[in-house]
Structures are given as C-alpha cells and as structure tokens.
Design a protein. Sequence first.
Length: 695
Amino acid sequence: MKYYSISKKLIISVKNFYSVLFFHIVSKCNKQDVFMGWGRKKSGLRAQELAQKYNAKFMLLEDGFIRSLNLGVENAPSFSLVFDDIGIYYDATKSSRLENLLNIYELNQDELNNAKRAIELLKKNKISKYNNNLDIPNNYFFQDKNRVLIIAQTANDASLQYGLTQNTSTNEIIKDAIKENPNSEIYIKIHPDVLSGKKQSDFDVHSLPKECKIISENFNPLALLKYFHKVYTKTSGMGFEALIMGCECICYGMPFYAGWGLTQDKQKCPRRVKKRSLEEVFYIAYMLYSQYFNPYLNKKSDIFDTLNTLAKYKSIEQENSNRLFMLGFTLWKRYFMKPFFKAKDNEIIFLNSLKALNKYKLTKSDKFFIWGKRVDFNELKNILIKKAQDENLSDFIPKISLVEDGFIRSISLGSDLTRPYSLIVDDKGLYIDPNQESRLESILQNEIFDEQILSRAKNIIHILKKNKFSKYNGIKHQDIKIHAKKGQKIILIPAQVEDDASMILGGFGLSTLDLIKEVRLKNQDAYIVFKPHPDVLSGNRKGLKDEKIILQYCDEIIKNCSIDSAIKICDEVHTITSTSGFDALLRFKKVFTYGMPFYAGWGLTQDKQKCSRRIRKLTLEELVAGVLIQYPRYIHPKTKNLCEIELCLDIMLKMQNDYFSKPYRKIIIDFRIFILRKIRRICEFVVLKWNLNKK
C-alpha cells in the first residue's frame, strides 16, 4: 500500500504518522493505494477525485482537537491529526468516520475510565486546541453574576461552510442571547487567529449592541469558561470545551459534538441517532478518532503524554514570557542561554551588575534569573522590593529563579566554553543547596509518578548505561586495568572542584582531602582509586591534584578516562556531592555520600548527613523521572529548539560518535577548545588587573 500526497505541504504534516509519496500523474496506482488531502481544501477534494479516477482509496486529514502550544497559522509543531477515509468531522452535510463511530461504537468501562482521567487532566492543566493563551486576571470579572458567552469564529471557516450555518449570522445569535438572557451579562469571545491578525472575524465588531462586551484578550478557553453558565456558538470546538466545563451549550450549526443529546441544537442531522454522554463523545473524538505525535520526543504518542507534555511546555512558555532580566551570566554563557528562554514576543536583558537595574522601570510581569550564586538572592529581592516602592508599583512580587547547568550537559566540559544542552531553572532554590527546598526536592518529595513516566525513566537508564553518558561526554571510554587483589573491595573517589558551589553549599565544610582521609580510615582493607576532576586536570579550576598527598590515602590515581570507565571497575563510589554518585546509581553501584547531594536522602544511598525534609523513599526510576525528565530543560543540539531528554541524547550520541570516529573533527574541536582556553585566561588576567588597579 502506498500513500500519495496531493501537496508537498501535506507531506510535511503527515510525515510523522505515515510514509507519504508526492503524487505524479504518471504514477501507477492500485486499489490498495491511498490519496491523502487536507479536509475540504483543494488538496482534499483533489484526493477524492483521484481516488475515484484510479479506483483507489482516499484519506482526509485535519488538525486534531488538541493541536499545539502556539497557533497553527504560526507554524507551531502539531501534536495531533485526524485521519478520515469517509468524510471529515466538521462536514455535517455528509457522513464522516467520527460520525459513524459515534453512532455505532460501544465503549467498555476501561475506555470510559480513561476518558474521565483524560478530561480531568485536560481541565487541571487547562489544555485547549491552542495553548499560547493567558489565565484570567483575578479582577477581570468584578462581581459574581450570570454570564453568557458568544463564541465568534473566523470568516469563511470551513466548519461554517459545511456545518449547516449558511443562513445564520453572528448578529442573529447576539440578538437571541440578549433576548433569552435578560438578567445576564453578554460577552463575545474573538477567535485567537483573529487576535493574532492572521484572519478576519465572522462578524462586524462595529455593529455590536451596547449590551455586549468584547473579550479581545487571548484568554485560555477553559480558564474563561468557568466564569460562564451558558455559551452560544455556530460550530466552534470551544463549544465542546464548554460542555467539559459544565456549561449549557446552544449550537446554531452542526459541529461534531451536536446532535447527540448534549447540546441545544438549532439544526437537525437525521444521521445522528444515538444519545451519547460527554465521556463517550470525548473518548471517540479525542482518543479513538485522533492520532498523536510528540514533537519534543519525535515519536508517536497518546493523549495522556500529549496533555502532560503540553502542560510542561506551556508552563515553560509562561515562565519565559514578558521581560526577562539575567544577572551573573558571563559573556560566554549569554549566547548559549537564549534557546532555553525563547518565547513569543519576550525580551531578554543581560545585566552586568545590580546597579544596571536603575536603567529600567519595573513592571509586575518582569522576571529575574540568577546564574548559580553569582548574585545574592536576598540582596536582589530587597533591591527589587525597594525599587517597586520607589516607583509606586503596588502588589509587586519579585519573580526570581536560579539557573544552573543540567545533569546531562554537553559533549565536552563546560569550562571549555562548550554549549550546554540542558539547563536547570528553579524558582525555589538551587538543587545543590540542601539548606533550603528546591523545586527538584519538591518534585521528588511530592510528585506521583505514573506508569508512563516510570517506563520512560527505565528506558533512559538503559540509554545512559548502554551509551556511557554522564554529565560531560566526549572522553574516550576504555577498559581500565588497576592493581587491586582478587576479591578486594574497590572504592572509587571522584574528586571535585574545591570552590564549586555544590561543595560550598552541600559539603558541610569537607574538602576532597578530608574525604580521602575519612574513606581510608573507614575502609582499611579496601583498594581506593582516586579520579581527579577533569576541570582540575585541564587547568580550568582549582582542586586537589598533588599526587604525593593523594597516594598517602589512595592506592591508585586514574586520569583521562570517562567517569563511566571509572565506575565500571569499582564496587562502591564515595563522594561529598559529586554528580558522579548519581552516575553510579544509574549503573547500580553502591554510593556513599559525605555531604548532601540532590540524590541523597531518598533511600538509595548510604548517607553521612541527614536532611529532615527528605522523608520519602524513592525507587531509582522515580529518582530519574524527577531528576532527568521533569526538572531540567533540554534543547535539540542541532536545531536549538526545546525537546525532551530522549531526543537530546539521540542527537548527542550521533555527535559523540562523529567526534570519536572522524579524527579531523576531533582535531578541530580540540584546537577550538585550546584557543578558547587561551582567550579565557587572557580575559581573566585583564579582569584581575583591572580590579587591582581599581583598588
């Protein structure tokens, strides 16, 4: 069977669901081949003509009911499509596969339960067809009154043309709504494509009666609908969302959800003979008729993954919106940061100091981001509160987040100025600081991880272990030979950078030297292997590297090998706060912590220190779900668009293989690193000299 597309644009839309060929008249067809076109547009009509001509099949496509984060007219990647080999769901003049399913499909109890679960998830996360919208401000509706909403649509929309609404104008609906609801406030909602300036509305705003109020803001439909008890529409999909939110719905056309006993219908469709519940219509339309694809994972999906993914990236989009002030970001980091903070119409401002804030007048929507501990959180908070008072900005609440590298960072070292592929943005605290709760700690303490995310976590553990990934990659893996006796317990101590923030905040005053002394004291008969930190070996950072001192307490030093190679040879890993301990857990090794890293305190490690807030016991899959799936942001190493960890790892693996298999690439990258290190040293010297002269 071959699938033929009538337009090249259509191939792009369906390539994630089917292998599609562009059709040429000279192509040979048979009865099993399928012509694909878009709904009731020219390509859809042409697909039906060609199917009839060549005695083949046809398939009509349209966007699904949960489409994307941003608008389709803005080319936002789609999460769902519907495929119909009979008609199309919004064409009430003829049968469609959806209509036939609604007439004959019998749901079992499991399907009904899944529909209820999906509806609750949709309502909880306020997921609609498009999800680039705003929540309702607290003071938008002043009094608790009865409100009626009229849902306007776009002019010449196909659902109006084929939805039996030719003889009904929006102005007539407005008159009916006013007449039928004398004690209610009447509002009209403008379509998001009209608000974006991409399309025209189906009514003239200037002819609006004085009794009506226009909602011109791009509010989230589900957030908006909870303030209304009744809606009027021709064929808008928002009418079905109104039913989900418990509103009464009056339909002047025949949308897919009308005619089944859920709505008050001005039109009749004699083909629709069955009475359906809300859950039945939802399951058949959203879960049986629609197909899903996750563009952030680049794989086929289902409605639950779609709802969770959209909720996650909708939250990131909101965090990235408006004006973003960045403090403590070095010149090297500024260019790398932008892909992680992309949002529609936002503004990113990098500040060299706190004093630079004086150039700007605050607004309530401003957000502030600090790299690590480069700027004092409380100092910034106090400055912002005082500045808001001076500028008479009432009810101002500083929105401050801390930013750090993620746990799967890059091919090479961060200190070599390589681009990060993951990032932590935390509005509670830093994950490396056990003295206060971070968002990661909150996730690990409170989140209920479902089977889907735990399955992903298990797969990620397999990918990381199989491909020997860790925080930094690009170091050649090798089989290390050490001189331990047969049967002797082997302990690995991965060194850390002494002035690293995780050591300062979570190390309880211990140094690497303190660590090796204590490990030797408690393990007299063990064979202790010491691995210097790569940033220390490269000369980029300060740390313990005096081999005479190290060998007083350790039996062997291993260098220039990956952390995976080092963990492979050991029975136990002993560390203060190193992420190598997390890598060891992923490789099913025993881990002993002497500080309080993010992965300690959850029952998976042997801990010297305690954190009274961490009382939950986690499985390894639950830890990975929180640490690697839910907490960080990832970008696609090539496109620089946000993505999920699995896609990021897939591309990183290909890049790492190129790095190892193509010597000229390794030479180019190593030379680039050498030059960048020299530039870094020169800049550090200039800054030091300038500071000395200033003093």
